[in-house]
Design a protein. Structure first.
Length: 230
C-alpha cells in the first residue's frame, strides 16, 4: 500500500555528541529522521529533514506493504555545520495490518508458542509474553485456529485475558489456552496474537500444528488371570 504520510511526535532529544577536544555541545539546528523495516533502520538515507523545534513530522510517499513492521527514529543535528547528531529518539513503531491500516501502538508479539495434545481430542497452547520494549501492554491474546481453510484474522476463535492463568518464567509471562474436543485425526494449526483494546493487534511470530486425537491409547489386550487356593 502507499500511505499519504506517516506522522509521529518528536520531542527534545538528549545531548548532542561532540568530537574529541571540542568541549561542550551545540544547540540543535534541525531534526533528521531515519527509518526501516523490521528494526533495520537505514541511517544512510534520511526520510526527512526539518527545522529544530518541530513537534510533528510528515513523511510523504512511503510505500509500506501489508503485514510489515517499520521503525522510525529522529535525531537532532547540531547548529554548527559540522554534521554532529544526537542519539536516537525513542523508536516509533508502525505496523501495517493485513487490511492496509497503519497501527501505531500494539503490544509485543507472543513468544515460543507450543501445542500439546490432551485427552478427549483437546489441545493446550502455551506461550510467553515479554514486556521488554513493548509500546503498550496487552489487553489480551487472540487465538486463531485453522482446520484446513486458512486463518481468519478478522474473527479470532477465542480470546485469553492478559492476566488469565499467568505465571512467571525467566522474566516473561507464561499463558495457556485449552481448546474444546476437536475432530479425531484432523490436522489443526494455531497462532496467537496479542492485542490492545484501544490500539492494535500484534503480528504472530509463528504458528504450530498438531493432529487431534480423541481416541486415547489402545486398550490392553490378552489379559489373563489365575487363582489359587491358599
Amino acid at each position: 500500500m502507499r500511505l499519504p504520510f506517516t506522522q509521529f511526535g518528536v520531542g527534545q532529544q538528549g545531548p548532542l555528541r561532540v568530537g574529541k577536544g571540542l568541549g561542550g555541545g551545540f544547540p540543535p539546528g534541525g531534526i533528521i529522521v531515519f527509518g526501516g523495516q523490521d528494526g533495520n533502520i537505514d541511517y544512510v538515507t534520511p526520510l526527512a529533514v526539518v527545522l529544530a523545534g518541530t513537534t510533528a513530522i510528515t513523511i510523504g510517499d512511503l510505500d509500506l506493504p501489508i503485514n510489515t513492521i517499520w521503525h522510525f527514529v529522529a535525531r537532532n543535528v547540531a547548529d554548527c555545520g559540522c554534521g554532529l547528531q544526537s542519539a536516537d529518539s525513542p523508536v516509533c513503531v508502525v505496523r501495517i495490518a493485513a487490511n492496509g491500516d497503519a497501527i501505531l501502538a500494539a503490544p509485543n508479539a507472543p513468544l515460543n508458542l507450543t501445542a500439546i495434545g490432551l485427552a478427549g481430542g483437546k489441545v493446550m497452547l502455551r506461550w510467553l509474553y515479554s514486556a521488554i520494549g513493548q509500546a503498550v501492554p496487552p489487553t489480551g491474546f487472540n487465538v486463531y485456529v485453522d482446520s484446513g481453510s486458512g486463518f481468519d484474522f478478522e474473527s479470532p476463535d477465542d480470546t485469553v485475558d492478559a492476566y488469565a492463568s499467568m505465571s512467571r518464567s525467566a522474566g516473561s509471562d507464561e499463558l495457556t489456552w485449552t481448546s474444546g474436543s476437536l475432530a479425531h485425526g484432523q490436522l489443526y494449526r494455531f497462532c496467537v496474537r496479542s492485542y490492545k483494546s484501544t490500539g492494535g493487534e500484534s503480528q504472530n511470530t509463528n504458528y504450530v500444528s498438531i493432529v487431534a486425537d480423541n481416541l486415547g491409547p489402545a486398550a490392553i489386550s490378552n489379559v489373563t488371570a489365575t487363582w489359587e487356593v491358599l
